[in-house]
Design a protein around this ligand. Sequence first.
Ligand code: AMP
Ligand code: FE
Ligand code: FE
Ligand code: ZN
Length: 289
Amino acid sequence: MNKIDLHIHTTCSDGSYSPLEIMKKAKAEGIWLISVTDHDTLSGYEECCREARRFEVQYIPGIEMSAQFDPGTLHILGYFVNPGNGELQRKIQEVQQARLDRNPQIIEKLNFHGVEITLKEVQAVAYGSAGGGQEGQQLGRPHFAETLLRKGYVKTYQEAFEKFLAKGKIAYVDKRRLTSEEIIQAIHQAGGVAVVAHPKLMRLGEIALEEALEKMVGEGLDGLEVYSSCHGASDVASYQKLAKRFGLIQTGGSDFHGTKKPNVRLGDIGKGFELQEDIYETLRAKSKM
Ligand code: AMP
Ligand code: FE
Ligand code: FE
Ligand code: ZN
């Protein structure tokens, strides 16, 4: 039983399975340690705790937050964060407000370009039985894409991004993002451990990644997600080296989103898996839990 997965999304953000379903799946597939890391929310925490106990899966409370990192974004995971922490909750509020401000602007742009769509329809897709989402869940571009698909404006989910929603496309609206320093600080204030997620997805060259990590280590970064479903063997080798050089804890996760990312299976943390057995203790010791 050495299977673990420290990067998982549920219906509390943009995954397709509820915390209960995730715990059930983890148990069925022999994954003994998981962390649920929904985007910008800890709303799944209580259900996760309860269901993890029920299905006897070891669970680490987690979150994934996006930092502005020109020209793109960078994702930072927080492990063992205290969900009641005021500072972290304030940051989450800020990010959620930025979304609330942005969504009507996306609708306006789509309408301007002749696409008939309302915010109510997007909400219905997100929270309706077919969408599988939970009330209070954050609305984001994936829900807009799904709505455009269902209304027949595009033939595939991906096409919705390529035609309308991706950066630079006609219905793209930027939103304010936190800096890596703000995120790392908030995670630390909540007693947690800050880890850079799937460095491969940042699409930085090796040198740029080194510089980015050096900067964030200065900001207090604790770990690097060396193992990921999107990393190949050579990626893993170079991230292992970087983690050692900067003294970062090496973690691993699949970035599972259920049917929203059908190629990624729960527990698939890629090749070259050599994750330390005592990862739970290592993360816990680094946290203030
Ligand atoms: P949001 O946080 O609302 O801006 O939405 C971000 C999410 O949209 C990401 O986590 C992806 O799931 C999805 N996304 C962003 N850009 C693309 C793209 N070019 N193609 C497909 N999905 C995308
Ligand atoms: Fe996501
Ligand atoms: Fe991510
Ligand atoms: Zn993720």
